[in-house]
Design a protein around this ligand. Structure first.
Ligand code: XLS
Ligand code: NI
Ligand code: NI
Length: 435
């Protein structure tokens, strides 16, 4: 059953018992006016897929991702060949990477940048051959020991300088490869204790680096979105890009709202004690929805487990928000997810992506049904009907003030608020999911 025949993974439908086939993801099928593949814009994460080898805090590798090459550029070339072949097998049209995922690090910035240039030239050739595109690039500014106290928010200005150099090179890579986004995830941009931290300077410096990146990118022809990826904690106890609402406030304070949007990760949302849907909604109502890092956490584990998404409630409600947004523009759906340590074979990697892609495909189908069914939207609309005319309309239009409202409300008695019908709506969601 788990003997994979090496062929391209294709859609076989939900009655298929073949694990190496899509059961819901039918790339060419039109849902809500667009092909599924164009709605979903699936991307492969280079770091988890091509590099992660099962290491955890208690044990080493369980999978071999060295491709028979002990070190150096040869290994990274083999990784690239594998990556493009893997995406083609699954029909994935986008990928994402950090600088250090794709090329070996040199003894200094100059050498690392040169390595990155060699590999991105190779990527450019591969992209041309396969039609695969870069969704986003980013700079890893959290793994090397010089980043132990942050990058832009490090107390050491030399670290800030090297971080700026890495961002420049990763933006150059984005431009060269035609990426439609550039991502900032604030790896260690936060603190472990306020006892040693100048928070005001650190947050100002973070804004300084982002502003320099925006200015450099725009001056060199980068037309895509800059994205911040909120996360509340891990590796630091407190990350400055805590959640979407915090990031929106940050962008507004430093006048960056025009160029920056959000890359929302499901597991980061739950670490911030929000649902995935909540974070997308907050981004939408503030006009900063950008892209998705698709994964899921484990309810019983308090960290970023980066599991492949299989929870259909979550994928449906996420796709509901994305459809309401009008779909992805520059963004897409990057599987920032890795197979479990015990799922350590090549087949597991395929099965994991198939599970994630099918879960979002089914989520898309169900979200479209939910919208076409209309009862949810109608319920919410009716619930706020008091703002459509009379006093509510006048409040919304700014025609009332505290005194006029005090006069209006003075004699009101027995005000009745209608039931919120939560249980009915939850059952209705089940009806749509399981019919
Ligand atoms: C880590 C983040 C990271 C970003 C890219 O928690 O999710 O993988 O997506 O730096
Ligand atoms: Ni992520
Ligand atoms: Ni994450």
């Amino acid at each position: 059953m788990f003997d994979y025949n090496g062929k391209k993974i294709v859609f076989e439908g939900k009655d298929s018992k073949n694990p190496f086939a899509f059961h819901y993801y039918d790339p060419e099928r039109v849902v809500a006016g667009r092909k599924m593949k164009d709605h979903l814009k699936f991307a492969m994460s280079y770091w988890h897929t091509i590099n992660a080898s099962g290491t955890d805090m208690f044990g080493g590798d369980t999978a071999d991702k060295n491709f028979g090459e002990p070190y150096g550029m040869e290994r990274y070339m083999k990784k690239a060949d594998f990556a493009f072949d893997f995406m083609q097998k699954l029909g994935i049209e986008y990928y994402c990477f950090h600088d250090v995922d794709v090329a070996p690090e040199g003894k200094n910035l100059e050498e690392s940048v040169r390595n990155l240039e060699v590999i991105t030239d190779y990527f450019a050739k591969k992209q041309k051959e396969t039609g695969i595109k870069l969704l986003w690039s980013t700079a890893n500014m959290f793994s090397d020991k010089k980043f132990m106290a942050g990058a832009a928010t490090s107390p050491n200005a030399d670290v800030f300088a090297v971080a700026a150099g890495k961002v420049k090179a990763a933006i150059d890579a984005a431009i060269k490869l035609g990426a439609t986004n550039y991502v900032f995830w604030g790896g260690r941009e936060g603190y472990d204790t306020l006892l040693n931290t100048n928070m005001g300077l650190e947050v100002d410096n973070l804004a300084r680096l982002l502003t320099m990146a925006r200015d450099y990118g725009r001056a060199h022809g980068f037309k895509g979105d800059f994205l911040i990826e909120p996360k509340p904690k891990e590796p630091t106890k407190h990350q400055y890009d805590f959640d979407v609402a915090t990031c929106v406030n940050f962008l507004r304070k430093y006048d960056l709202l025009k160029d920056f949007r959000m890359n929302i990760e499901a597991n980061h949302a739950t670490l911030a004690m929000h649902t995935f849907q909540h974070e997308i909604r907050v981004a939408r109502i503030n006009g900063v929805f950008g892209s998705i890092d698709a994964n899921q956490g484990d309810m019983l584990l308090g960290w970023d487990t980066d599991q492949f998404p299989t929870n259909i409630y979550d994928t449906t409600l996420a796709m509901y928000e994305i459809l309401k947004e009008g779909g992805f523009k520059n963004g897409g759906l990057n599987f920032d997810a890795k197979t479990r340590r015990q799922s350590n074979t090549y087949e597991d990697m395929l099965l994991a992506y198939i599970a994630g892609m099918d879960s979002f495909a089914l989520g898309l189908i169900k979200a479209d049904e939910l919208i076409r069914d209309g009862r949810f939207d109608k319920f919410v609309e009716d619930r706020y009907a008091s703002y459509k005319d009379g006093i509510g309309k006048r409040i919304v239009e700014g025609k009332e003030n505290l005194e006029s409202l005090a006069a209006y409300g003075a004699k009101l008695e027995n005000i009745k608020v209608d039931s919120g019908r939560q249980e009915y709506l939850e059952a209705l969601l089940n009806d749509i999911l399981f019919r």
